[in-house]
Design a protein around this ligand. Sequence first.
Ligand SMILES: [Zn+2]
Length: 373
Amino acid sequence: MRFADVIGQEDVKRILRSQVKADRLPHALLLAGDTGYGTLALALALASYIMCEHHEDNDSCGHCPECIKTDKLIHPDMHFSFPVIKKSSSSTTSDTYIKEWLTQLGSDKYFDLNDWLRVIGTENKQAIIPDDEADNIIRKLSLSAYEGGWKVMIIWLPEKMNGSAANTLLKTLEEPSPKTLFILCAEHPELLLDTIVSRTQRIDVPPLSTEVICQALMEKRGLDRDTAMGVARVTGGNWLKALKQLCDTDDSKAKLNCFMQLMRLAYLRDLQGLMRWSESMASLGREQQKEYLSYMQHMLRENFIYNFGHSELNFMTPQEADFTYKFARFINERNIKQFTEEFAHAQRDVAGNVYGRTTFFNLALQTIILLRK
Ligand SMILES: [Zn+2]
């Protein structure tokens, strides 16, 4: 993967290249940002750049033996650690799923946790980087570099590390070995131990601009400019959302339906209906539940903003706008704060394994009350 293959992020690329050129690369980098902004793609491009035998000024050469190995993901000094689902029978590490991981990376460098869970066929479970992974990381990095150059350990979503793996990582970061680079790609750096963050150099990877996404949709997906711009405007700078908008419209429709259903049933005080709604939410996979709840918070925000009459601040699909046109007046200064809090609270409950149906029914009851404010 070359920097040229990473969508946008020119500023981040410039920072990374200048550190390599000045020989000031830290031993641990924290790329903080949504995975759809390109954190993993940047990590792979940086690994190729430093491993390349004769990189050009701005990019790896793409054809030396090192580049060919990093490109094919078979470089023996490039290691990965990522969230997995713990198998009960034996010790589980990233290596347990390495075949699936390399297949996924080989087909697309842009994917999120939900996509990954679908690949390993375990959508209903919580993914973690388990205890067993700690030894795995230490073992890999204690081997001397096969090729005599850099060793790179890319940790995707390190916030999914549990306590003991995180502590081991911390120890490793405290005693860095020479020519070893950790690249942590975190969506929620606030969930990492402060002591880990303080031993990394943090680089914030920002959302992509609407124009960059529009260009990428035209180049990579062959869309005409108007269609590409229409999609790009509702993606919040996230390439994965742009792709999902294109190929997964059923999913967007399902989320919108779910939100509309909740609001209609709550407005009608239809308890039977709300009970069925709660059950259908509880039947979704846990990661999907979080996604739905985060979508609903987005819709609450859009509805609230709609009332101010500044359409340039609204980012909605035509279907969402259609509902918002009728519904927005119910979301106002009196209830928006508490609404957002209730949905965020439900999202935390889901993440914390609280039994689903109760969480969603409580949320539905709160919605009845808040709609009347
Ligand atoms: Zn090269």
